[in-house]
Design a protein around this ligand. Sequence first.
Ligand code: ADP
Ligand code: MG
Length: 983
Amino acid sequence: MASQVNGHSSGSDAQGGKSLREDLQEFLGGEALLHELDDLTKVNPVTLETVLRCLQARYAADMFYTSAGCTLVALNPFKPVPQLYSPALMREYHAAPQPQKLRPHIFAVGEQTYRNVQSLIEPVNQSIIVSGESGAGKTWTSRCLMKFYAVVAASPTSLESHKIAERIEQRILNSNPVMEAFGNACTLRNNNSSRFGKFIQLQLNSAQQMTGAAVQTYLLEKTRVTCQASSERNFHIFYQICKGASVDERLQWHLPEGASFSWLPNPERTLEEDCFQVTREAMLHLGIDIPTQNNIFQVLAGLLHLGNIWFADSKDEAQSCQLMDDAKCENKDGGLCISFGHTPREQGSIRTSASLLQLPEDPLLETLQIRTIRAGRQQQVFQKPCSRAECDTRRDCLAKLVYARLFDWLVSVINSSICADPDSWTTFIGLLDVYGFESFPSNSLEQLCINYANEKLQQHFVAHYLRAQQEEYAVEGLDWSFVNYQDNQACLDLIEGSPISICSLINEECRLNRPSSAAQLQTRIESTLAGSPCLGHNKLSREPSFIVVHYAGPVQYHTAGLVEKNKDPVPPELTRLLQQSQDPLLKVLFPMDPEEKSQEEPSGQSRAPVLTVVSKFKASLEQLLQVLHSTTPHYIRCIKPNSQGQAHTFLQEEVLSQLEACGLVETIHISAAGFPIRIPHQNFVERYELLRRLCTRTSPGSHSPSPDEGHSEWSPHTKGATLQPLLQDILHTLPALTQAAATPGDPAEATPVPVHCGRTKVFMTDSMLELLECGRAQVLEQCACCIQGSWRRHRHRKQERQRQAATLIQAAIRSWLARKHIQRMHAAATAIKRTWQKWRIRMAFLASKELDGVQEKHVSQVPLPLGSLLLPQAQTSLLEAIIRLWPLGLVLANAAVGVRGFQRKLVVWACLQLPMGNPSSYAVQTAQEQAGVTSIRALPQGSIKFHCRKSPLPYADICPEPSLHSVTGFNQILLERHSLGHM
Ligand code: ADP
Ligand code: MG
């Protein structure tokens, strides 16, 4: 869910979408609780991403086992976790009333199988299929399970039977180190990689006590004896012998300290698996005595020496290739094989090998060098010297033949040692430790067989998983089936189908025994099987190959050597040679059996069906599947969290590819094909109850009104009663939702309704969940819009009220301030007025006082000069005179000489006819006296013109108390003589 939820965009807003996703994630299964989820099918939604996150969270919390429906996923801790496998824990799981309720564990699976056997419900027999990549922990798991059964399935009452059971258990447990020593090797992926498949059948008697076991093995990688990839090793047992043998044994087996063998690469690496003593002890417990053991190791030493035999190119085709007698020899791949000091020379190698294998030296060499051909009706025998490559192939073939027979013999010995009398057991628990799906840069017949087996097991698993899913639906009362689910049948048809398939074509090549190149085989496969959807072709590949699209991914198989490997030809003369051996073990491995003889010597004439590797493998696989089909299967998928084998390291990509390979991805797809989302009724109603609003709006009346509309609180007693109508109400909205989401060309009714209401849960598909979430988001958006609108309205109203209140307050304050100001101004004005009046009165008093002084002076003492104002004696008459002669007075007042000071003012007053009642009410400013009249002109006709400057004062030109005789004007006062006369 990078930017989308299950492929559908969940919101336009990226951030909003994210929070919605998180919300949904939390609803479906809280992230914080992810590691507490015991079952991967409970992650919601069941997608790869959530499954991976859950596994990672659990791994970080040291929880290595997780259920995945009917499967147990086991993560390899890559560190010892002793408490996880303690006998006490085994007993806890064994004693638990419901072990599946405990934490997921292999012991829970073990206990479940054991109880199934006890319950005797058909099918009684159980099988545990442990699969996974190399190094994922399959062998470890099988070993632990065997230990578990050894503890739980062994509590016989009598001491005698207890001892028998203990011995059997010990033998079963001891089979592990032996089989691992001979069948396991260090590979790039796993230091203890099992190079064979194995099915262990733990046999139980009617009292469910373990009475015995049987081991069946599949497809041992015998080529490893002669050919190991760089940085890999041969089977452990070779190293164990070389490192663990005593001095005497070394002498006996010609294994001097520090000897180098070309089939023993990387001997310097010491692994914990290189424990010769443990293998020997285990063999002893299995009944393989010391002489037989020594015999086995001697034969193995013989094989090691055989690997040091190298042939030189022959100069002549008629001549057989001679042994290289130099210490340096080129190996068959063209590289140089450096022999060390102690390495016996080739001549010595063949001799040592022959002596260790107790074969005559010359026939041994001859068999490697010369091919015997029987031809013609009389079965005439021809001998043909082999080329150097053929000699090498025959040498390798001899070693592989011996080792494969030895391994099979060991398995049979183990079986005879641990197998119970067929009458003594009634039921079994099978443990299949099978190699997982493989895809390498270069894949051949081994990988084809392994992947074929995995396809088969996957089909079995899918069928089982589908059945389990179907059962869950049935429990929930869902009538639904996976009829349309496509399993991997198409791929299986391509590999093993009839009449034409890859297997049949390869077998055909072997049967016809015609010379055909790798390219021809590729063309034949491609042309014959062109119609298969699982067949592909890599155009870029230079080597002839074909691609098979497996359930776990496409794998490219090279056709070169495929037919040869399938034939796995064993030249009859090699078998004959080995039959001549005097070695007791080889005598057992290669008995002189007339039946076998005829089988191993197919004449050119007799057309007995060739038993190819593929057909043998197919037969054993079918047999295995038959066994599995007759049992109740349990699956354990082992997962390697990283390929470096480090603890506390979880690499998502690597785990993902393994989840794909082990079919868990497929189960997720199956889950997705059904109803991967399962939500309990109450959770469903709580989350989607609001969808009813949508329904009310989109299709009114399409549902019955809920009895308790609007109630979202749940009380236990009303829960059951209220859930159903609410659920139905919500489910009624779905058609409207589906219609709204459907595109015009895609009618909604064409698709089945992807939601089902089970008894306790609502089942739905991812797409339905998307729809529901979209609808929910839509309702939430509408609610949000509504809330936003109401809020805006409310805010607006509130702001308006606040604004009005503020205006009112402001106005009140302003008016208060204005009033205060006016009051202050008024008080000031009153004060000024009062002061002014006081001052005027004072001035008037001063003036009158001054005037009194002047009058007295003028009247009594000083005769006025010419042109000066003559003041009458009495004040009244003086004033009248002044009034009458005021223009003259003005002239005088403005003349350069004349009265000064207050007298001048007085003259002006008089001239202007200012009323004399209250002289203090008129101010004559001194400055104005100069500025007021700018010029006076007396005209000859007798008129006088005063030119006044306009007063800046508004009332200066207006006589405050206008009288009839007053003369007003702004800039000019014209006094005519006649008007003067009137005055
Ligand atoms: P496989 O059989 O799948 O190839 P193994 O069972 O051999 O892998 O496991 C490989 C290694 O991983 C083991 O040798 C062991 O060291 C380690 N291992 C596997 N499972 C566990 C476990 N449950 N606890 C501790 N170590 C384990
Ligand atoms: Mg293994």
